[in-house]
Every structure is written in structure tokens, then in C-alpha cells.
Design a protein around this ligand. Structure first.
Ligand SMILES: Cc1ncc(COP(=O)(O)O)c(C=O)c1O
Length: 416
């Protein structure tokens, strides 16, 4: 990234510049060319499975890397039993579901997974979505109405914000995890139906939602709370029921939403809760009614992943041990991980040009971390995001730390 291109970012190109709505703004295309070196770090091609060590295409060459990029938290995406379950379903049910669940895409496997997710989550019923994004968007937009208020943490995932936008309800934000700010936001809407929207673990900052305090404030205003457990379901809590289990607040949250694309190692999302609510949602969540159901092969794989994730708690233990070890070592190196206390860790660089330069250096040295730029994070939070998994060995983590030390830590501070 050269100096000129670093003056701009994705929020600069939102206005149409020509009379043709199908044409990209010419200034964006020109900017993208000047930023080619930065862009090269995005959409890297994975040449193998998302394992702890894998191979990516870097500069048109296969490169072996330690993978700190995948959400394969428990290593289930490439677990032999998960693959075998998918193969068997492919044989019995074919590839696609070939219809929306409402009309023709529901199979016996989908029903079975609904039941197992409801049991796992300790809820009456569950429904499945073909994407996590669609599940969050569909649930929020399917339940909120024009006169309602969605009250979102200002670090909320875009799927939640887009759901609120689609519902055309009033939107309010509160300062990240801040009960005083939430209280003020709720106070502005007395007498209206209010839904406070929080996450179990925040996907960029890697910190937990401040569940106890935020739920207390919501209760005081008679507001409901919706939790997105995308990054925490199956990976957090004694039994894998997420941050709500970890903080013992499950009974205070009527609905739980999670994804299958992270610890389950697959694709899709679910929402679990009271049967009446979900029966209503089955007709009003557009991504559910008007989009093809998940392929049965994916359903069978998720079912096996759920079985492994619930019967092998040592996977979660290993994940958290790895996260704690990596945090402790990063601290020793003086690398700033912001608010993170989990297996998702921003490695804060704070300077765009430096981050992209170091990003290339890390890939050349065999470490794969994700670049995270504004507006996904504030400008002073520009970082790499690292995710450790249960499958990383101590040797993998130590090698990753050595590369980080060589690359990120100024020579004067090394071995200080
Ligand atoms: C908090 C949160 N919610 C929802 C989603 C969407 O999930 P998916 O990637 O499964 O579509 C993500 C994706 O990363 C997420 O981080």
C-alpha cells in the first residue's frame, strides 16, 4: 500500500459517481489499483482443508502456513467422522435440498437436527438457516416491527444491524458493553417494545458480552435481550452452550442464535427458543421462507459435529488452554491484544501502511493471520486477527509466536 492509497478507505466510495448504477465508482477502481498490494492479502486461496497447518496460494505459489485465520475452533471441519457422515448423507439424500424449507427443502435430517439443537440448547424448538448471516438478519427482521426499537451494541455484527434496518424499526446504539450507555438508550424509548442485541463473544475484539450487567439494565426497562452466540456456541461454556452458559444467564434469554460456520466447522445458522415464537418466525423470516434449505450433506455433518462437540469436552478444554497460553506469550512479547480474553485475538498495529507491509512479511514467513482494516475496526484499532483452535499444538503456537516476535516486535525490544 502506498502513501496515497492509505489516505482512503472503503467508507469513501459510497456515493454513485456516474449515471450507471451498475458501474463501480471510477475513483474506487483507481484506488483499488493503487492499493493492489493490500488487496492481495484478501480472499487468499486455501489449497487444502482449514487445519491448524495448511497451504494457501501466496503470490501464485503454494505456501505452507500456520493457520490462525480459520474459525475451525474445535477442528471439526476436517474431522474424519464428520466427513464420513457427510459422505453417507450424500449417498442417501443427494446433494442439494432443492427448495426452501417451507415448500420442499425440509428433510428427515433437517427435522432431526432441529430436535437435537433444541435439546442441546435446552429449548422447546429450533429452526435452521442456510447461512449464519441470513439467520441473524432473518430473526431480527422477522420479529421486529416498525414501531419497535432495536438497541444494538456499537460493535454488533452487520447481520444484526442489517436485520434491524430491514425491519424498518427504530435503531439505537449503545457504547460497547456499557450498561450506563444502554440505560440511557433504553430511557429514550419508554413505552415502546425494545430488543437489546448483544453477542456472546465479539468477533473482532474477542471479548465477552457483558451479559449480567446488560441483562439487568434491560430487565429494569422491561426490554428483551437477543444473543448472537456465533463465535461461542459449542466452543464456550462447560457443555458448549456458549457465553450464556458460561455466565449462567441462559434462563434470562428467551432466544439463542448461533452459527454452524464456526466451532461446528460447517455452514448455516439456527435460532432456538419457544415453539410459538419460532412457528411465527418460520413464516416471517425471509431468508428462511424464500431461500433454499441447507444441503442434507451439511446437515448430517453438523449432526456429527454436534455429537463430537458435546461428548468430547476435552476439545473445548484444549481450545481454552491454547488461547490462554497464546495470550500469555503475546503479553510477554508486548503485543497489544486489546480487550480480548478468548481464542479470538486482535494483534493491534494501529497503522494501516505498517499493517499491510507486515501482513506480507508474515505470509512470506509462513504465518497466516487476517488483516482487519477500518471500517471493520476503528482506525486506531487496525490489526491482524488471530484465532487459535484446539488443533494447534504447542509447537504450532511457539512457531507462530517466533514469527510474530521477529516481525512485529522492534529488534531493540526482542529478548529484552
Ligand atoms: C457475530 C456474528 N454473527 C453472525 C455471523 C454470520 O455468520 P456466518 O458467517 O455463518 O454467515 C458472523 C460471522 O462471522 C458473526 O461473527
Amino acid at each position: 500500500m502506498n502513501h496515497e492509497s492509505s489516505k482512503f478507505n472503503l467508507s469513501n466510495f459510497l456515493a454513485g459517481e456516474t449515471s450507471d448504477p451498475l458501474q463501480a465508482p471510477p475513483s474506487f477502481t483507481a484506488w483499488l489499483q493503487t492499493a493492489a498490494s493490500a488487496v492481495q492479502l484478501y480472499e487468499p486461496e486455501l489449497l487444502a482443508s482449514p487445519d491448524a497447518r495448511t497451504t494457501i496460494n501466496y503470490a501464485n505459489e503454494p505456501r505452507s502456513v500456520i493457520n490462525l485465520c480459520s474459525y475451525n475452533y474445535l477442528g471439526l471441519a476436517n474431522h474424519p467422522s464428520v466427513i464420513a457422515a457427510a459422505q453417507e448423507a450424500l449417498r442417501t439424500h443427494g446433494l442439494g435440498a432443492c427448495g426452501s424449507p417451507t415448500l420442499s427443502g425440509m428433510s428427515d435430517l433437517h427435522r432431526e437436527l432441529e430436535r437435537r439443537i433444541a435439546d442441546f440448547a435446552g429449548r422447546e424448538d429450533a429452526m435452521l438457516f442456510n447461512s449464519g448471516f441470513g439467520g441473524a438478519l432473518g430473526t431480527i427482521s422477522g420479529l421486529l416491527r416498525k414501531n419497535d426499537v432495536a438497541v444494538l451494541d456499537n460493535r454488533s455484527h452487520l447481520s444484526l444491524r442489517d436485520g434491524a434496518t430491514l425491519s424498518r424499526c427504530r435503531m439505537e446504539k449503545f457504547e460497547h458493553n456499557n450498561p450506563i450507555s444502554l440505560d440511557a438508550a433504553l430511557d429514550r424509548h419508554r413505552g415502546q417494545r425494545k430488543l437489546v442485541i448483544v453477542e456472546g463473544i465479539y468477533s473482532m475484539d474477542g471479548d465477552f458480552g457483558n451479559l449480567h450487567e446488560l441483562i439487568d439494565v434491560a430487565d429494569a426497562h422491561d426490554a428483551r435481550v437477543f444473543i448472537d452466540e456465533a463465535h461461542s456456541i459449542l466452543a464456550t461454556g462447560e457443555h458448549g452452550r456458549g457465553a450464556a452458559e458460561h455466565f449462567d444467564v441462559e434462563e434470562r434469554l428467551p432466544l439463542v442464535y448461533g452459527t454452524f460456520s464456526k466451532a461446528f466447522g460447517a455452514l448455516g445458522g439456527f435460532v432456538a427458543g419457544p415453539r410459538d415464537t419460532l412457528e411465527y418466525l418460520r413464516f416471517y423470516a425471509h431468508p428462511y421462507v424464500y431461500s433454499c434449505a441447507l444441503p442434507p450433506v451439511v446437515i448430517a455433518a453438523i449432526m456429527k459435529a454436534l455429537e463430537i462437540g458435546t461428548t468430547q469436552p476435552q476439545l473445548r478444554k484444549q481450545l481454552w488452554e491454547n488461547a490462554d497460553y497464546f495470550h500469555a506469550q503475546l503479553r510477554k512479547l508486548g503485543i497489544d491484544t486489546g480487550r480480548s480474553t478468548t481464542y479470538i485475538m486482535p494483534l493491534i498495529i494501529g497503522d494501516r501502511e505498517r499493517m499491510y507491509r507486515l501482513g506480507h512479511e508474515l505470509r512470506r514467513k509462513g504465518l497466516w493471520v487476517a488483516p482487519v482494516d477500518y471500517p471493520a475496526v476503528p482506525n486506531d484499532g487496525i490489526c491482524f486477527r488471530a484465532c487459535v483452535t484446539a488443533k494447534h499444538t504447542r509447537a504450532d503456537l511457539d512457531e507462530a509466536l517466533n514469527i510474530l516476535e521477529d516481525t512485529l516486535v522492534p529488534a531493540a525490544l526482542q529478548n529484552a
